[in-house]
Write a protein that binds this ligand. Structure first.
Ligand code: GLU
Length: 493
């Protein structure tokens, strides 16, 4: 690396969401710049007018800032190399296109869509350079007369080109594999193939980090740099993130954007941490780390040469590790929007419920996901609890549920004890309830476990619950608790 200040960029098309793959590219570009005391730039590639979506740019700005990928320059924060939106740079591209035409590295092309279709139908795999042979004066006259045109790059036909990539090493591409791509479209806007070169150079980008789909076109870009008398940047091409061995992670098949995963109850720090691991591994194989660690430890040598598979189970696990490190208060704040989504939890003490669920969740969405609780394994590993049923129905109570061999309890003992439990509950509601039940057990000479068992079964109708007897009572509230005791007495006849 030379001693120029490192400048990297993230250049998404504003398509309406920040794809996880794009976010990983942004993350690596950010880490590399920050590690070298350099600048990280955001540029919007919006020259494909058909793909534009309304507030898409704002979604990108917000997602990046929220995830901690703060850019030093960009459309909404400004900078010395703007504008940072390609559609606002139209004149700049045209100026350089003119230069390339003058030097013979590009040419006007007037071929109609019909001719191009015809060409492809008859087996041609690339443009045949027909308009290359037009004298420049004639081409200019046709342009001046208002004939529609595009500007194409003039790529050599013989020979090959070799460039270096930090992930793929030396890459050689025969010119015969490359086409005379359109640089300026008929609407006067540049294609990616042109704009990326002009912008990366004018914005002083030293290291281009982008998807591997651009690897084989890189020789064409280098030709443009050289034709304009510029030095190409260094290249780092990244392998894609896959959904499985065959398919890329894509919006069409479920969650694929940063926001999708936030909505599924993952923490932004866990998402960023996880995507860092999709294509890069630190030397010490650490799996949980923060931005500072990444800035310090990121290295191009640690980038993967093969695609990575997005494993949501692993993200869940990692998110669970983050969740366990939170305080109950922090967990509650994050879980609240998810708890609020669950109709049947309305009217309950959600803060208290969150404290009971904290240790059992790997994602915030779990707090309201009844299916998750149905499948959840608790304590001894082979029982499960269904939160939905616990909170909504109370019709599963049968007298035999009170029977517990070790506690020496049964339906008759429960029936005799419940009036006392109701009285104690009314008198000692709150923090005093648990000690009052303990005292009651001591006074009656029975096991505390027996009292708590009868209490818990009576108000939950379930041998397994997300918490103990008084915790469940607190969650239900005094009125519901007493109501359930009365129902239990009805069941016990
Ligand atoms: N707009 C391109 C993309 O989203 C940018 C590629 C690049 O980083 O050069 O794939």
């Amino acid at each position: 690396m030379n001693d120029k200040k490192v400048r990297t960029r993230f250049a998404p098309s504003p398509t309406g969401y920040l794809h996880i793959g794009g976010m990983r590219t942004a993350l690596y570009a950010y880490l590399f710049a920050k590690q070298h005391g350099g600048d990280f730039i955001l540029r919007l590639e919006d020259t494909d007018r058909e793909r534009l979506v309304g507030d898409a740019a704002q979604i990108i700005y917000d997602s990046m800032k929220e995830a901690g990928l703060m850019y030093d320059e960009g459309p909404d924060v400004g900078g010395a190399y703007g504008p940072y939106i390609q559609s606002e740079r139209r004149e700049i591209y045209l100026r350089y296109a003119d230069k390339l035409i003058e030097s013979g590295d590009a040419y006007y092309c007037f071929c109609t869509k019909e001719r191009l279709d015809e060409m492809h139908k008859s087996g041609a795999t690339k443009y045949d350079k027909k308009c290359m042979s037009l004298p420049l004066s004639e081409a200019k006259a046709r342009v001046a007369a208002g004939e529609p045109y595009v500007i194409r790059q003039n790529v050599p036909t013989d020979g090959e080109y070799t460039f270096h990539d930090h992930v793929f090493g030396d890459v050689t591409v025969p010119y015969a594999d490359l086409e005379d791509n359109v640089l300026i479209k008929s609407d006067g806007l540049p294609t990616y193939n042109f704009a990326n070169v002009i912008d990366d150079h004018l914005m002083g980008i030293t290291h281009v980090i982008r998807g591997v789909e651009y690897l084989s076109s890189t020789p064409k870009y280098d030709l443009l740099y050289r034709a304009l008398g510029w030095e190409p940047p260094e290249y780092i091409h990244l392998q894609p993130i896959m959904r499985d061995a065959q398919h890329k992670l894509s919006k069409r098949y479920g969650a694929a954007s940063y926001k999708d995963f936030i909505n599924k109850g993952y923490l932004k720090d866990a998402i960023v941490n996880y995507i860092a691991l999709l294509g890069w591994s630190p030397k010490d194989n650490t799996e949980k780390f923060d931005m500072d660690y990444m800035i310090e430890n990121f290295s191009l040598a640690g980038l993967s040469k093969s695609p990575s598979i997005f494993d949501e189970a692993k993200l869940r696990w990692l998110n669970g590790v983050y969740i366990k490190e939170m305080t109950d208060e922090e967990f509650y704040e994050h879980a609240l929007p998810f708890l609020n989504r669950v109709e049947y939890l309305k009217g309950y003490d959600l803060k208290y419920l969150a404290s009971l669920l904290h240790s059992r969740c790997e994602s915030f969405a779990d707090v309201g996901d009844s299916k998750y609780f149905t499948d959840m394994r608790i304590d001894d590993g082979d029982l499960s609890v269904n939160l939905t049923e616990f909170m909504t129905k109370f019709d599963g109570l049968t007298p035999d549920l009170f029977a517990h061999a070790k506690n020496k309890t049964d339906a008759a003992i429960a029936k005799a004890m419940i009036p006392d439990l109701m009285r104690i509950t009314k008198e000692r509601w709150g923090d005093g309830l648990y000690p009052a039940l303990e005292a009651y057990a001591a006074e009656k000479g029975i096991k505390k476990g027996a009292v708590l068992w009868i209490y818990r079964i009576a108000i939950t109708a379930s041998p397994v619950t997300p918490g103990g007897a008084t915790e469940m009572a607190k969650l239900l509230g005094l009125d519901r608790t007493l109501e359930r005791f009365s129902k239990a007495l009805d069941v016990l006849g």
